[in-house]
Ligand binder design. Structure first.
Ligand code: ZN
Ligand code: ZN
Length: 436
């Protein structure tokens, strides 16, 4: 009783906070937003090619009264709207599509085909739902302007390119995102979910997505005739030992309480049955949450590969070369608990407690995590926006049929429910952070 009384007083005392969040009437604006979504969906662009997409976002933000800068870190767009004294809240969307031929069978499916950097003709699809993100983003910007009497501060809308290749956040930050435009006090983003029903959101405090590293290992041997193995040092055998030994890093060296994935996704060596080759190449992906685990993974990979090469009789100068693609490295996404609590509560008050789910962390990565790892140390929150059609979701529970995942050619989010939910969730989260 005491608490209820206290919160009632707080509600009365604040001119901005509403018991049920912003009073959004989206029925008028949804037709235009849906049109925007269908246009984006039918004209996806690959990472580093999001020029038209960036222009469309820039136009919308300009129409809404934002001060807009285009071509930030590639085809990134920054929109700033100053609305009096107060904190700066940054909302981020990503803008790129994927090289996938859409097979959803929808009337509005993408038919776009382009020539990729290898000269191959590829289909392009918003297979990760970044078109849902952009539509929610523009809808949110619009609602926050319509309801600007309910918050004070600076609204910073950031449309980031090249998420799928882990390059966009890095490029926008290195072009001075936080120094040239505004330094946010809070940063929020959403990602559509292929496992949560539309109309709901889910989130978790602390680590929510993993760090991602790509590692190449080149194992040198001494090639020769397949019939005279004693005159060679066979890199295929060294590679086989190495692949197995790498499995012991997660299982034997790291704490079972610290998540870690080391996957050898590619192995290439040799050309013929009876030739022992000179080298074998491995390609690995590493995942973890804790930065210390990442360092330990990389150190162990270097030690194990060198040790196996030594045991095979190679000189130190011929030990395997371990190359970590630092330029593509993405840190884990850490949801600041205090901020994420505010986001969760504000969304619950807008769409209902039962529509806000707790979720588990995933080993997939997002370069959104980078915004929380700069010297400015800004709290970030990424939440999942349900994308699965509710009837389809109920069916999949009944039949056990696996739903198409993100990056699937069959992923078709229920945009008519997901986008308005995204707008309500994001607008309310932003207002709660402005009025904190
Ligand atoms: Zn993706
Ligand atoms: Zn994505």
């Amino acid at each position: 009783m005491k608490l209820t009384y206290l919160s009632a007083i707080l509600l009365l005392a604040s001119p901005f906070v509403q018991a049920n969040g912003l009073d959004l009437n989206l029925s008028k604006t949804m037709p235009a937003i849906e049109k925007f979504y269908l246009d984006l969906h039918q004209s996806p662009e690959l990472s580093y090619h999001e020029q038209e997409t960036g222009n469309k976002i820039a136009d919308k933000l300009t129409q809404l009264g934002f001060k807009v800068t285009s071509n930030v870190g590639g085809f990134g767009v920054v929109g700033i709207y100053k609305n009096g004294e107060g904190p700066t809240v940054m909302i981020r969307t990503d803008t790129d599509g994927l090289p996938i031929i859409e097979q959803t069978g929808k009337s509005y499916a993408s038919k776009v085909k382009v020539i990729d950097e290898h000269g191959a003709k590829v289909g392009v699809m918003h297979g990760c739902g970044h078109d849902i993100h952009m539509s929610s983003f523009i809808g949110t910007a619009e609602q926050l302007i319509v309801h600007k009497n309910q918050w004070k501060g600076t609204l910073m809308m950031v449309a980031q390119p090249a998420e799928e290749v882990g390059g966009g956040a890095k490029a926008m930050l290195s072009e001075g995102l936080f120094s040239k435009y505004a330094k946010p006090d809070h940063i929020i983003a959403l990602h559509v979910s292929a496992s949560v029903p539309a109309g709901k959101v889910s989130m978790k405090n602390e680590y929510t997505m993993a760090s991602v590293d790509s590692v190449d290992i080149t194992i040198e041997g001494k090639g020769g005739h397949g019939a005279y193995p004693h005159t060679t040092i066979d890199p295929v055998v060294i590679a086989a030992r190495t692949v197995l030994a790498l499995q012991t890093i997660t299982s034997r060296e790291l704490s079972p309480l610290e998540p870690s994935v080391i996957t050898v996704g590619s192995i290439h060596g040799g050309s013929k049955h009876n030739v022992i080759s000179d080298e074998v190449k491995l390609q690995l992906t590493l995942r973890s949450y804790n930065p210390n685990v990442r360092s330990a993974q990389i150190a162990a990979i270097k030690r194990i590969t060198a040790g196996i090469a030594q045991s095979a009789g190679l000189n130190e100068s011929n030990y395997p070369v371990v190359y970590v693609h630092e330029d593509e490295s993405i840190p884990s996404t850490y949801n600041n608990p205090a901020q994420t609590d505010i986001v969760r509560n504000s969304i619950a008050s807008a769409i209902g407690d039962t529509n806000v789910l707790e979720t588990q962390a995933v080993m997939a990565g997002e370069d959104f995590g980078l915004y929380g790892r700069t010297d400015e140390n800004i709290p970030i929150t990424l939440f999942w926006l349900g994308g699965v059609n509710q009837a389809q979701y109920a069916d999949s529970i009944k039949t056990g049929e696996v739903l198409p995942s993100l990056h699937s050619s069959k992923f078709a989010p229920d945009y008519k429910v997901a986008i308005p939910t995204g707008i309500k969730a994001m607008s309310n989260a932003a207002v709660a952070l402005f009025n904190k």
